[in-house]
Design a protein around this ligand. Structure first.
Ligand SMILES: [Zn+2]
Length: 139
């Protein structure tokens, strides 16, 4: 057995915590906690999803209602099927060859998107109040 001891010996480094180090560490942890908290407050969950096909608004759907959304192209063929479940939207089925939109997984963060480039379908998660006009989307 070969022993390759190429550890650089750093014995003159003092690893014991001094009280001052503990204070610095605590301050750093508090700062991280505050940053994470602020980040979470800014990063709100989306409340509805806006679907566009080829740049045209296809429909707006509340994330609070579990539903399946067949997305059709201009010829009326279903190209993608989105599903809303447990407040999250994801691409359930797609005719695109790469299936990247399905791989993008479940989304519920405001301003997150699921994009299907081949079918030119974009699902954007939006926060805030869904416009009352969109509440009843024609089935
Ligand atoms: Zn796709």
């Amino acid at each position: 057995m070969e022993k390759s001891d190429n550890n650089s010996v750093t014995e003159n480094t003092d690893f014991t915590m001094k009280p001052r180090d503990t204070i610095i560490l605590t301050v750093v942890l508090v700062i991280i906690a505050v940053v994470v908290l602020v980040f979470y407050m800014i990063k709100q969950n989306g409340s509805y999803a806006e679907i566009t096909v080829d740049g045209e608004l296809f429909g707006t759907y509340s994330l609070n209602e579990d539903q399946e959304i067949p997305i059709t192209d201009s010829d009326g063929n279903v190209t993608n099927t989105a599903e809303i479940k447990d407040g999250k939207i994801f691409m359930l089925e797609a005719t695109c060859p790469d299936k990247l939109c399905i791989k993008q997984g479940k989304k519920n963060d405001a301003n997150s998107e699921i994009v299907c480039l081949p079918n030119r379908v974009v699902i954007s998660v939006k926060s805030g109040d869904k416009k009352a006009d969109y509440d009843t989307v024609a089935q």
